[in-house]
Design a protein around this ligand. Structure first.
Ligand code: ADP
Ligand code: MG
Length: 687
């Protein structure tokens, strides 16, 4: 494996500086580069006669340079190269910005291929900065299916293609291959070398599809084998059996009456914990369905029996929120709840830990801080994780080992398809909260285009004047987006906050974005919860679970960029108090698909219906938001979109393990090794 393990800096044309840019993408070796699959492709195989191209269409044309390229200097730092190119059907004016060298490369009378966005009509047809190649040169950016990679600063797409090409040459037949030959043949899948070549540099769409199929299958297959083998260790005898309690006692002290669904779920949990086996249950319920109360009922049952419970949340702000709720629910029963987060003072942490270790405190709510080695429990019997897909499998078990085979409960607002749930959790039971607490107001949802901007600003002012808050959510703008055509219209949270501050100077406007440290995010979020801001502009960091009771308006910019389930989660952030609440989806995207998606959002409030539609449409947005499922990062497979391949892979995995439970045969060697490292090589998504 010398080729694949070679450090990327030694690949021809890379070097130290670029290696650092590669590292930002998680690419350290030649093998990593080969597994950095394109995020999409541009079909540039066909070229269009100039006259046949539509305005604003991205096209490949074959044309002759008709005029000597001229250079003009517009101002310091802006130089243009201009030329006119022609084919049999028409002509186009081509402009390059700040690439003066092109003047000497594009020769009058020679024919080239150009790929770019064509604007204007007739004589006014123009192209800015098109990719170009001489007819005689190899097809890299024209006349081909061009891969588009996720990039980082300092790495261009063309450069990336060149590196991948060299990596493929260097690797030869020695590419990653985990599929046992017998499985590959039985499934009629392409060979590894072919697949790596065609996933990066496909000769045509058919080859690409064959390659994709093989690689997706392989990825699911490895995962399914790993899960199968872990699943074997699932149902075990519990460390502590909770004698079946009388939940009415708990309900009678709640500030509200539990819904039927909450009672059913709590009852199921208590049955599990009384069964003698460890509970391993997922509570699935739409935003606002009241999952916290079910968790509290379990904590109550365990603590009343003299044991301890730990509740882990993905962020400080959520931990504090749950801490307040749980304390209020449980203190009337004499149960002491602790808070444990990284932001607390060393002293406060030490004292909280001491009370947990001695058993003086019965319950704790915390963040990852719960996982540190010096957090010990006297009698931990219940482990709860909220919004669990933010945690890795590994982290969940890291908390569980602090007790003796404790019961586990995970809570999620993301309706996960059954097959996927089984794959992620193995032998897991599911309770569904399919009923919202009474009196919830529907969040009125509208979809508008950006011409409504001023009116929306007035709406924000009105909410603020009434003492309510507005969330404005912008899509994540990846660095690699900056070279895509739509980038100019994408609103980044930071820029948008700046603009709103100018337009609404009388309002207090805060901003949260992905580049901030968790601590900084938490501080901003806290000030919002405390009512110290009128408007919070953010990327999707507020998607998960935070309760801001005075928020009444959710504005989503570039709504077409979000998955339906994600939009639904975002909408769930408002309408949590008694006031009337609104969700406004802003998009200028006119495509059929966007319109259909917006229509669903405006017409239903049912999270399950929405996720079904999301799956059916296979929207561009990743079903879980961005990689929040706690599984190893999938390089190519889409955990929801490729359901059929996933099922086939799972069956094949079962079959193989039935034949060779220890993966001992020689054809399984690579697979067995891969599974071993799957959960230990930093593959787990942290949050
Ligand atoms: P989620 O399922 O989204 O985590 P929460 O547990 O945060 O929902 O509950 C949302 C809100 O609904 C909270 O303010 C909670 O106090 C309230 N709530 C929960 N159950 C009920 C109920 N049965 N009746 C009235 N309000 C409830
Ligand atoms: Mg919640």
């Amino acid at each position: 494996m010398a080729g694949l393990d070679m450090e990327i800096r030694f690949l021809k044309g890379v070097g130290e500086k670029r290696a650092a840019a590669f590292a930002k993408l998680g690419i350290h070796t030649v093998g990593d580069l080969l597994c950095h699959f394109p995020r999409r492709y541009e079909d540039r195989t066909h070229y269009t006669p100039i006259a046949a191209a539509q305005p604003d269409e991205w096209v490949c044309i074959r044309a002759m340079v008709a005029t000597e390229p001229t250079v003009s200097r517009i101002r310091r730092g802006l130089e243009l190269v201009k030329l006119r190119v022609v084919d049999d059907s028409g002509s186009v004016s081509v402009t390059y910005f700040n690439q003066t060298y092109i003047k000497n490369q594009l020769l009058r009378g020679e024919t080239y291929y150009f790929y770019g966005k064509l604007s204007g009509e007739g004589k006014a047809r123009a192209m800015a900065n098109p990719d170009w190649e001489p007819e005689s040169a190899p097809a890299v950016t024209t006349r081909c299916i061009m891969p588009v990679y996720r990039l980082s600063a300092g790495l261009g797409n063309k450069y990336m293609i060149g590196c991948v090409r060299r990596a493929l040459e260097l690797a030869g037949e020695d590419v990653p291959d985990y599929l046992p030959e017998s499985v590959r043949q039985a499934q009629g899948l392409a060979q590894a070398r072919f697949s790596y070549e065609n996933i990066h540099l496909p000769t045509d769409l058919e080859m690409l599809e064959l390659a994709r199929r093989r690689l997706i299958f392989e990825e699911f297959f490895v995962l399914a084998c790993a899960m199968e083998r872990m699943g074997k260790r699932a149902k075990n005898k519990s460390g502590f059996t909770v004698k079946k309690p009388q939940p009415e006692q708990f309900y009678s002290r709640l500030p509200f009456s539990p819904t039927g669904a909450q009672r059913r779920a709590a009852e199921q949990c208590m049955d599990d914990m009384a069964s003698g086996c460890s509970m391993n249950r997922l509570i699935q319920g739409d935003v606002g369905s009241g999952k916290t109360m079910v968790a509290a009922a379990c904590v109550w049952a365990v603590c009343a029996a003299g044991r301890q419970a730990a509740f882990m949340a993905p962020t400080e702000i959520l931990a504090e929120q749950h801490f307040r709720t749980l304390s209020a629910f449980l203190e009337p029963f004499g149960i002491t709840v602790e808070l444990l987060t990284g932001a607390m003072s060393v002293k406060a942490k030490r004292e909280a830990k001491a009370r947990l270790a001695s058993g003086q405190a019965q319950a704790v709510v915390g963040t990852h801080a719960l996982l540190t080695a010096d957090t010990e429990f006297a009698a931990l019997s219940l482990v709860i994780t909220d919004e669990q897909h933010r945690f890795g499998v590994e982290q969940r078990s890291a908390l569980a080992v602090k007790g003796d085979r404790p019961h586990t409960l995970v809570m999620s607002a993301t309706p996960i398809p059954r097959t996927l749930a089984l794959m992620i959790y193995g032998d897991l039971d599911v309770s569904v909260l399919d009923e919202l607490p009474p009196g919830r107001q529907k969040v009125d949802t509208f979809c508008v285009n950006s011409s409504y901007h001023q009116r929306l600003n007035n709406f924000i002012r009105k909410q603020a004047a009434a003492g309510y808050q507005t969330f404005v959510v912008c899509p994540m703008v990846e660095e690699s987006d900056t070279d895509t055509p739509a980038a100019a219209d994408l609103k980044s949270a930071v820029d948008w906050a700046e603009q709103l501050r100018r337009e609404l100077p009388e309002l207090r406007i805060q901003c949260i974005h992905g580049k901030m440290k968790p601590k900084e995010k938490d501080a901003v979020m806290k000030s919002v919860v405390n009512g110290e801001a009128d408007v919070l502009v953010s990327t999707t960091v507020i998607e998960v679970g935070v309760d801001v009771p005075r928020a009444s308006l959710m504005l989503v910019e570039n709504a077409e960029r979000f998955g339906l389930s994600q939009l639904h989660q975002l909408r769930g952030r408002v309408g949590r108090g008694n006031q009337k609440s609104w969700c406004v989806l802003v998009t200028d995207n006119q495509s059929e698909e966007t319109r259909a998606r917006m229509k669903i959002m405006c017409s239903t409030a049912d999270g399950f219906e929405i996720s079904r539609a999301d799956l059916a449409m296979r929207g561009p947005g990743d079903f879980f938001g961005s990689r929040q499922h706690g599984l190893p990062e999938m390089r190519i497979a889409d955990l929801c979109g490729d359901i059929t391949i996933m099922q086939t892979a799972q069956e094949a995995a079962k079959e193989l393990l039935a034949r060779d439970a220890d993966l001992a045969s020689p054809e399984c060697r690579a697979l067995a090794k891969r599974i071993e490292t799957l959960f230990s090589d930093g593959n787990i998504i942290m949050s």
